[in-house]
Design a protein around this ligand. Structure first.
Ligand SMILES: [Fe+2]
Length: 279
């Protein structure tokens, strides 16, 4: 466990963002209340496991959760959440960038260490390569069960959020900054992911927001409970994206259904086309 504090009260955003800047991650305590936690979990169940048939040790993802989830839009009306997104982006002129929800069942092992940022890829090949190129927090995630190494959640590598970071001591970074593996091994060599130098198993409660920087390396910890999480990303509207895929119908439908005072969040929104591939 780190010898510095990374948990902050929602009124202490300045200190939280200083921690994000220095260590690459921070936790904002109790940004949302129990009712909102319950509403988001229910929404994830409805979207990802309506029949209750998700097998043990597996997962499902929704890659445009904000398009289908109603409670997400209550979030952006929550004054604390609103203040957080305005502060972290330094502007109130924001559009929806991307959003996701993940449901996991007990029995899943630890995921691979990776970074979401794809700014080093010269010719984008997938939607992630197009969208994950901006200096905005990659994770502004609500782990609705909280996060703890004994149960489930996220681990990060502290201070890994710089381009010059070449991997933890004793490890090699794979080609195109894809994954790490022990020195003397190959990308397939197994190792204990939690034992990597700089690994911080993030500890958080339901209702806390876990935030990490654009480049921060992270991994899903082993899952020992039914685990719900969702992340909503915004970006300043001035950063326009000329998406190579047509605006999905589901993105158009979102703009239609949102009430007038929220419609502005869809100006500049590209939607997410997981099928798109570069020619
Ligand atoms: Fe990730």
């Amino acid at each position: 466990m780190p010898d510095y504090n990374y948990h902050f009260h929602r009124d202490d955003l300045k200190a939280a963002l200083a921690c994000l800047d220095e260590y690459g991650f921070c936790v904002i305590r109790q940004l949302i209340d129990r009712e909102m936690v319950a509403a988001l979990k229910e929404s994830i169940d409805r979207q990802l496991d309506p029949e209750g048939d998700l097998a043990p040790a597996s997962n499902r993802y929704h890659m445009a959760f904000a398009e289908d989830s109603e409670p997400v839009w209550d979030l952006v009306e929550n004054p604390d959440y609103k203040r957080f997104i305005h502060t972290v982006h330094g502007t109130t002129d924001l559009c929806l960038h991307r959003s996701a929800a993940i449901l996991r069942t007990p029995g899943e092992g630890m995921g691979r260490w990776h970074q979401d940022h794809r700014g080093h890829i010269a010719r984008p090949q997938h939607a992630n390569d197009v969208l994950n190129r901006f200096p905005i927090p990659s994770g502004a995630w609500l782990y609705l069960n909280g996060s703890h190494p004994d149960r489930s959640g996220i681990a990060v590598i502290e201070k890994s959020h710089h381009l010059e970071w070449e991997g933890p001591e004793g490890y090699i970074m794979g080609p195109n900054r894809s994954g790490i593996y022990p020195e003397g091994g190959t990308p397939e060599t197994p190792y204990d992911g939690m034992a990597v130098p700089g690994c911080v198993p993030v500890v958080a409660d339901p209702g806390d927001l876990i935030c990490f920087a654009a480049l921060t390396w992270h991994a899903n910890m082993a899952t020992r409970e039914r685990r719900y999480s969702c992340g909503i990303g915004f970006r300043p509207k001035t950063w326009r994206i000329d998406a190579p895929w047509p605006l999905p119908d589901s993105a158009l439908a979102l703009a239609e259904r949102l009430p007038d005072h929220l419609k502005h969040f869809t100006e500049g929104y590209t939607g997410f086309d997981g099928e798109w591939r570069a020619e």
